[in-house]
Design a protein around this ligand. Structure first.
Ligand code: TMP
Ligand code: ASP
Length: 240
């Protein structure tokens, strides 16, 4: 596999072409961003930690029947994935009230939810990823009704796998964000889980101490960001 030119530079990852048009390389940088790029920094070991974390989660999900874009880890900071056409929608699942839901509805962080709550956000940094509903997604042509239903079904399955995975490691999976797309070489256009699953895009709370083990440590200046990412990784069995 030969690494080609840079295709896209996101806030924490860079995507490179390869000599296979149906495969791209995701390079995990040490950059960290919050509040849509308003707060930026570099954290030592972040790239390698997230690359390993994501690979472990994607492989675990595949084993449990969730189709993802993940192919393999190539080196410390890079993984090979299928080239995808992404839907411009972020799918958030909440098991416990926190973050923007707590703020928007005036409900204390940590309030339990009797069942998972789904939210959709339009991926647009300039607009600060506004919340949308399934009507917006369908009527504005971002995804079909069937896609929205599929995202819900896949997301539920992901929750059924990951909640116990973290739970058995003494960690509450409070909420997380998923992104979906279609592999460019798939004639059937099956919806696949794309992007990443790392502590950058979820909330993880230590069940005993309540300590945050995710990017809120950076957003809220709590310190030791990567130390806690790595502690969460170690507990669920990610080979670091
Ligand atoms: P929120 O409470 O800020 O809406 O975030 C919900 C979850 O989604 C949380 O686990 C962090 C994740 N998330 C992202 O991955 N990217 C984003 O741009 C935002 C706003 C949240
Ligand atoms: N993911 C967004 C950013 O990188 C927002 C956030 O995580 O706070 O800026």
């Amino acid at each position: 596999m030969e690494k080609g030119k840079e295709l896209y530079r996101g806030k924490a990852k860079t995507v490179y072409a390869t000599n296979d048009p149906n495969r791209v390389i995701m390079h995990y940088r040490d950059d960290v961003s919050a509040f849509d790029g308003a707060k930026l920094a570099q954290l030592e070991q972040k790239g390698e930690t997230n690359n390993r974390f994501n690979a472990f989660i994607m492989q675990t999900l595949e084993q449990q029947g969730v189709k993802t874009h993940f192919v393999e880890v190539i080196n410390e900071r890079e993984s090979l994935v299928r080239a995808m056409k992404m839907l411009p929608v972020e799918c958030v699942v909440r098991n416990v009230c926190a973050g923007s839901m707590a703020k928007r509805l005036g409900i204390p962080e940590g309030t339990p939810l009797s069942e998972p709550v789904f939210e959709y956000f339009y991926k647009n940094d300039a607009l600060h990823d506004p919340m949308v509903n399934d009507d917006h997604i369908r009527v504005l042509g971002w995804a079909s009704d069937e896609d929205v239903q599929r995202m819900r079904v896949i997301t539920k399955r992901v929750n059924n796998v990951l909640k116990p995975l973290f739970g058995n490691a003494g960690i509450d999976l409070v909420d997380y964000k998923l992104e979906f797309g279609r592999a460019v070489d798939d004639p059937n256009g099956q919806l696949l889980l794309g992007d990443e699953f790392t502590p950058d895009g979820c909330r993880l709370w230590d069940q005993k101490t309540g300590e945050k083990m995710d990017k809120d440590r950076f957003r809220r200046d709590l310190g030791d960001v990567i130390k806690f990412y790595r502690e969460a990784a170690k507990r669920i069995g990610v080979p670091l």
